[in-house]
Design a protein around this ligand. Structure first.
Ligand SMILES: [Zn+2]
Length: 471
């Protein structure tokens, strides 16, 4: 088991994770008022893959991502869509699950919804009121920021620079403009509310996470994650609420940088796709995942057609490597089959050992890079070094070591054929299925021929038709 070190936003230091106890990871999930953007996918991918890596090193991990399914933005979007807000939020939650499912990285261990955590939220607010850290005003409840000494320690802001970003209407209800809402009284036009000691209303955004994190991971847990845009006010407020209520809360705060679109305007017409589902349709799962780990998680990451095309080229290079050096055939050994024999150099004679060492030492360095503040670009550089060495014939071949590395970042499907079909081919395949169901066999044959031109053979099996690259 490697020592895994992560940069902690709170202390500003790189600290080692405790390997003795379960590593609880809580990452803030989306507010479901629209389909998620590629920017929302970054924390999902970073923390899913961190979880995967820690488990592969022998750490016990519980990974939690919440869903904020009640919020002003949701009320507004539902009104615009002419739908009840609860139904709208449920639809968008479903779309979020669907979109992230397509990343192919599995699901977090728990995905609590704010609307299903009302009881713990209300009792945490009641504790804060009882302790004098919060007060009721006009049916709302506010956190009394100046009652908590540590306020500002996460974001290191001066109080003059703190703007809670709350609606102007609440200003007159606050003792101090620094205070923020824990509970919001039901307003005209809002179609959902819950009972509380302060009357009908709904939770504020920040208190949800304090309550959900504790409900899933207990009062103290290893890592609280999220995008760097959440440091203030969201995470500063979570920390204040939980610590004021006597919980140790997160031992380490880990923040990913933002996806930056630069001067380029995001629009479909400019081919500059920003919604996750659209990026997946256009570039494929592997390129999207590769793009999201192509920069260090803490750095901002530029997004545009150019970056996505580079990612497509990288995954194509990996796919070609397996085509040439043999990958995993359907029915072959499962992904992640360990290759213990590699790395000892036993099958490599002296002069054959390349400068980078045998394939297994690249694998070791790949893991070392991930253990060092989850440095995915450095890890991926090891993959491409090894691929280059094998392609140049400097080492016999190394598909197993490359496969094991790719398994750790969710890209092992590049070694097989099952996921290799592109969106166009998949769309044609389902069109063919529809034609067959409608007994339009002429059309079905036409599509089969078109697929053949694109390099795909259609195989009809018991579980339906699938695409196999033509040999
Ligand atoms: Zn949160």
């Amino acid at each position: 088991m490697r020592e895994v070190r992560i940069k902690d936003t709170l202390s500003g230091e790189v600290v080692a994770l405790d390997s003795e106890s379960e590593v609880g990871i809580y990452a803030c999930g989306p507010t479901v008022y629209s389909r998620i953007h590629i920017g929302n996918a970054r924390p999902f991918v970073v923390f899913s893959l961190l979880t995967r890596f820690l488990r592969s090193e022998g750490y016990a991990v519980k990974f939690v991502v919440n869903v904020t399914d009640v919020n002003d933005k949701i009320y507004a979007a539902a009104r615009e869509a002419g739908e009840p807000s609860a139904r709208f939020a449920a639809e968008m939650t479903g779309a979020y699950f669907e979109d992230t499912e397509r990343l192919g990285l599995g699901r977090p261990d728990a995905e609590p919804l704010a609307t299903e955590t009302i009881e713990p939220i209300v009792s945490l607010i009641a504790e804060l009121v009882e302790a004098g850290h919060a007060y009721e005003s006009g049916g709302d409840v506010y956190f009394r920021v100046r009652s908590f000494d540590g306020y500002g320690k996460l974001s290191n802001r001066r109080t003059e620079d703190m703007d809670q970003g709350e609606e102007a209407g609440s200003a007159s209800l606050k003792e101090d403009s620094l205070d923020f809402a824990l509970w919001k009284a039901r307003k005209e036009g809002e179609d959902t509310s819950w009972d509380s000691p302060w009357g009908p209303g709904r939770p504020g955004w920040h208190i949800e996470c304090s309550a959900m994190a504790e409900a899933e991971l207990g009062p103290s847990f290893a890592i609280h994650g999220g995008g760097s845009d959440l440091v203030f006010p969201h995470h500063e407020n979570e920390l204040a609420q939980s610590e004021a209520a006597g919980r140790p809360f997160a031992r380490l705060w880990m923040h990913n940088g933002m996806i930056e679109t630069g001067a380029e305007k995001m629009s479909k017409s400019e081919g500059n796709i920003f919604q996750l589902s659209e990026a997946l349709d256009r570039y494929g799962r592997e390129a999207v995942v590769d793009y999201l780990i192509s920069g260090h998680y803490r750095q901002p990451l530029a997004f545009g057609a150019e970056q996505m095309e580079q990612a497509v080229a990288r995954v194509e290079r990996l796919r070609n490597f397996f085509r040439e050096h043999g990958g995993r055939e359907p029915g072959g050994p499962p992904a992640g089959t360990r290759v213990e024999s590699l790395g000892k150099g036993s099958e490599l004679r002296g002069s054959q050992v390349p400068a980078g060492g045998p394939p297994g030492s690249r694998l070791e360095r790949f893991r070392d890079a991930l253990a060092d503040d989850f440095n995915t670009p450095r890890a991926m550089a090891e993959v491409f070094e090894l691929v280059g060495e094998a392609n140049r014939g400097e080492i016999p071949s190394a598909p197993e070591a490359v496969l094991e590395m790719l398994e750790l970042v969710g890209l092992d499907s590049l070694a097989g054929h099952e996921d290799a079909a592109d969106a166009e081919a998949e769309a044609l395949l389902s069109e063919r299925e529809e034609a067959r169901a409608a007994k339009d066999f002429a059309r079905a044959d036409e599509i089969r021929e078109r697929l053949a031109e694109l390099g795909w053979e259609v195989r009809d099996g018991a579980e339906g038709a699938k695409l196999v690259p033509k040999g």
